[in-house]
Each structure stands twice: as C-alpha cells, then as structure tokens.
Design a protein around this ligand. Sequence first.
Ligand SMILES: Nc1ncnc2c1ncn2[C@@H]1O[C@H](COP(=O)(O)OP(=O)(O)OP(=O)(O)O)[C@@H](O)[C@H]1O
Ligand SMILES: [Mg+2]
Length: 362
Amino acid sequence: MSSSITSATTAGTTDRSDARHDPREAILSVRDLRKHFPRKTRGIIRRADDPVKAVDGISFDLYPGETLGVVGESGCGKSTAGRTTLQLLPPTSGTITFKGQDITGIKGERLRKMRTEMQMVFQDPVGSLNPRQTVGSIIGAPFDIQGITPEGGVKAEVQSLMERVGLNPEHYNRYPHEFSGGQRQRIGIARAVALRPEVIVCDEPVSALDVSIQAQVVNLLEDVQKEFGVTYMFIAHDLSVVRHISDRVAVMYLGKIMEIADRDELYANPQHPYTQALLSAVPLPDPRKEDKRERVLLTGDLPSPINPPSGCVFHTRCPKFRTELSDADKARCTGEVPQQRRIGADHEVACHFAATTDKAIV
Ligand SMILES: Nc1ncnc2c1ncn2[C@@H]1O[C@H](COP(=O)(O)OP(=O)(O)OP(=O)(O)O)[C@@H](O)[C@H]1O
Ligand SMILES: [Mg+2]
C-alpha cells in the first residue's frame, strides 16, 4: 500500500466519525474491521499464500432498536462480517465497540458474559440445532451456559418463550426433526432471545424457508424486536425482504461496504454504481414500470477475495468506470481505495465519483 493511500485511509476514517451529526448514540460501532482467512496449500515449495480477504475494512454503527440490513452477492463477506462482529470469529484487525467499551478480541469469561448481550440466528435452522437435544434443552441451553436461573425456573421460562415465538409449549420434549423448517427457525429465535440480548445478528434467517413461511418468520422477528427492543443486523440476499424489515441498509461487495444509508434514501437514491446495479435487478411489482425500467448490467465475473482489484474493488465491473469516466478519473479508481464518506444526513458511500445528496454537509 502506498503512503498516499495510507494517509487517505486515516483522513477518511477521521472525517467519517467527526462529520457524523447523528444525535443517537450507537449501541455497537465497528471500525475498519478486517477478517482475513489464511490459506493452507500443500506444494513442493512452501510459501505463505495470500489470505482470503473475506472482510476488508468495514465501518458501521448500529443504533438501539433499529434493524440494519446487509446485502450483497454470495461470497461478499456478509456472514463473516456478522460473525466477526459478534466475535464468533476473531477479527484480523479493526475495533468493535459495544456500549462504549472496546470488546475487540475479548476472550474467556468476558466473552462468555458478552454472549448474554449479543446473539445470532442462523440461516440453516436444521444444521444449527443439535438433533439429539430436545427443544426444551436447546432453548434452555443459554441459561445453563451462563449459570442463570430465571424466575420460576428454566422449564417455565422456556415454555413461555416457546409460546411467545408461536410454538406449542407442550412440545418441550420433542426433537428438532419433529418440527417443520419454519418451526425450527422459531426454535432458533427463541434460543437467541432467551437471555434478552441487546443485539441479534440474523444471518439469512428466512432464506432457507418456503416463501409462504418467510413472511411469518419476518413478522415474528419484528414482533420480538418491538417487545424486547432488540437491535438487529439482518443479513439477506433478498432485497425486498431487506427493504421491508430494515431501517438502514449496508451494501457489501468483495469484503467492503460500498454504501450505507437510511433505507428509504438507499432505495430511492442509490449513489454507488454497485447499489444501482443491484437495485435495478429487483423486479418491480408494476409490469408497466418494469417494462420501462433500465437495467444496469454488471459485466465480468466476481473477482476473487484472495486477489481483489486494486483501488476500488468494484472498478473491474463498474458501469460508470467503463462508460462515463475520463482516463484521469479512471486512474483514481484503479489507484486509490475509496473510503466510506458521508454524502447525506444518513448516507455514506465508498465511491470517488458519487454525488453528494445533502448540500448542507459539503
Ligand atoms: N472459514 C473460512 N475459511 C476460508 N475462507 C472462508 C471462510 N469462511 C468464508 N470464507 C470465504 O470468505 C468469503 C466471504 O464468505 P462469506 O460466507 O462471509 O460470504 P457471504 O456474503 O455470507 O456469502 P453467502 O451469501 O453465500 O452466504 C468467501 O470467499 C468465502 O469463501
Ligand atoms: Mg452468508
């Protein structure tokens, strides 16, 4: 990395936090988070292979009680971002601050305690539930792990949780295979909320479910949020589900956040060429509008996170780069990593050539 890029990085990061005028205080702040997976390959010559840069310098805030949607193509690092934020995976670098405390890299007892505050709901409701445990012991496990006995006892609390998520409490002694996909995800949600955490990362919680069941589970997550005031990071492929559930949305590409904004702002006024392309691929409910709409087509394959393109990682597929920019501007895209910068009240974009949407902040 050249020194000019390093200084741009520092300046960019400082600008971001200083420029933020959001009066709400974040419950969780992630700054310049990286998660690189080392690769082990066997060969005649042993050498350190380049790592997989699954998450490569992301920054975002979560505000109390909100839902931050996270979207992006398969392999762009959404799950890794969620897991690293919760410290289910140790970060390579960067910081995670929870309620004002730096929790980056905490271990042992502190990490175990932190689990009462932050939980995860997984995509695969089958693989994430132990098939040999009864539903009662699955949902009750967080109490055992934390050594907490709820008022009235674990069984009564678990049965009340089952009722709360729409399961029959009499099915306490049944096994996961006796439930449908949607019901299994309800078990996963009951387990995640058992300790009344403040933050839950939902990693594609409805992607594996039938479309008819998806809405029920999304509604349940919304009810749980209202009742317990929990904050969600909601990872999904489906842009319409994300639009429905999110207050703010982050768009990821090759381990980076390309754009993050208020939900309505992002869908109405996307500024990053990647977001514009993603949104243009979502079918519109009105066929007349659908016919008139212009699609932004992305050319080329998704590059590898082992060897991402220089400068802006999106430049190899960027329609703006290809059709609108001068050679001098292009040199900036290929040579300088764009930092997330604020372009509107609740709108950040990592593109050198995105327009500012809010005149007041220029
Ligand atoms: N444990 C691991 N070891 C090595 N590479 C990994 C590991 N986990 C993820 N990766 C790689 O990191 C990149 C990001 O993966 P990740 O699962 O976070 O993406 P994703 O956006 O959640 O994808 P999907 O939408 O398919 O769930 C991918 O290239 C993936 O192959
Ligand atoms: Mg994933």
